[in-house]
Design a protein around this ligand. Structure first.
Ligand SMILES: Nc1ncnc2c1ncn2[C@@H]1O[C@H](COP(=O)(O)OP(=O)(O)OP(=O)(O)O)[C@@H](O)[C@H]1O
Ligand SMILES: [Mg+2]
Length: 305
């Protein structure tokens, strides 16, 4: 049907601010029909990347293809097919949710029926006739997404849509985003600094760290590649760290007395326990957890070196 596999494709996308390379040779590959989670800690370069994708700032180097077409000043019309929510949405507090949508609908000259459709998609049908000043943060955010969907975009770009929401708001946002590709036929590109969050909605993930992409692939690929972390408490952490490093384990400290060791599973935990016991190190804590984002950064950045 379509002539392209990737709805967003960048090549060595780069942007500096003074001496800071905010985005450093990033090659994004966002499959058509995916929910793509763009993951990275504060200052990683997520918003800068998004602003370049939306034509709000220019790259210093590299190329962007949207819908399989190179993105130039001349073909800015492609943005008619892109909906975005980059900062908190600007809403009229003294109008209802529906009236806010109606203002934009007239501006875009979009069909009337789109309003009910987008309200349904963001789960605001019931609250559509309430004044926005009485909306919760999560409802405002969802109304912002409804506004972005009003023109039936093919691509929806959201910068940290769950920022500032409470757990219930996050949950609602998550369910809504998951349904968008099938309901609205839209590909979703969203940024977040929370791994657990993105894992629950995304089919594909890109991880950016200090401006560089350190992982990109399907959620399954990410889950297959990352290792569990053993949290280890013992009476001689410095000695234990050195022993384990010498034995070839990947160990790190997190400022606390315990050690974090990358392992493959339970058998590694008992092996480590045995190695330390033979050196008269007393182990009092051994538990294996799924890695958090920080662990994954370490894993991928260490692998690179
Ligand atoms: N307008 C600007 N002027 C100067 N430096 C900037 C500007 N915008 C971004 N930066 C710098 O570029 C880097 C990337 O910032 P960016 O806002 O893209 O990160 P982010 O991943 O969106 O972070 P956050 O999670 O905090 O939103 C940071 O070091 C930031 O300080
Ligand atoms: Mg940001």
């Amino acid at each position: 049907m379509s002539k392209f596999n990737f709805i967003i494709e960048t090549e060595k996308l780069t942007r500096c601010f003074g001496a800071v390379v905010a985005v450093n040779q990033v090659d994004l590959r966002v499959p058509l029909g995916s929910v793509y989670g763009f993951l990275g800690p504060n200052g990683a370069g997520k918003t800068t990347t998004i602003r370049m994708l939306l034509g709000l700032i220019s790259p210093h180097y590299g190329k962007i293809h949207l819908f399989g077409r190179p993105f130039t000043r001349q073909n800015w019309q492609i943005f008619a097919q892109v909906g975005a929510l980059v900062e908190a949405p600007s809403l009229y507090p003294n109008l209802t949710g529906r009236e806010n949508l109606e203002v934009s609908r007239r501006l875009f000259n979009a069909p009337r029926k789109n309003i009910d459709e987008v309200l349904e998609s963001v789960n605001l049908t019931r609250d559509a006739n309430r004044l926005v000043k009485g909306y919760s943060q999560g409802m405002r955010q969802r109304l912002g997404i409804a506004l972005a969907l009003l023109n039936k975009p093919v691509l929806l770009i959201l910068d940290e849509p769950t920022n500032g929401l409470d757990p219930a708001g996050i949950q609602e946002m998550r369910e809504m985003i998951r349904g968008l590709p099938s309901q609205q036929g839209v590909t979703v590109f969203l940024s977040s600094h929370l791994l657990g969050e993105v894992e629950q909605v995304a089919s594909h993930i890109g991880i950016i760290h200090q401006g560089k992409m350190i992982f990109q692939g399907s959620l399954k690929e990410l889950q297959a590649q990352r290792n569990p972390i053993l949290h280890l408490g013992c009476d001689q952490p410095d000695h234990a760290e050195q022993l384990l490093l010498d034995a070839g384990w990947r160990v790190r400290r997190n400022g606390k007395p315990g050690l974090l060791v990358e392992v493959n599973g339970n058998s590694d935990a008992s092996l480590i326990n045995k190695q330390l016991m033979t050196q008269n190190i007393k182990v009092f804590q051994l538990n294996i957890d799924q890695p958090d984002l920080e662990d994954i950064f370490l894993q991928f950045t260490q692998t690179e070196n």
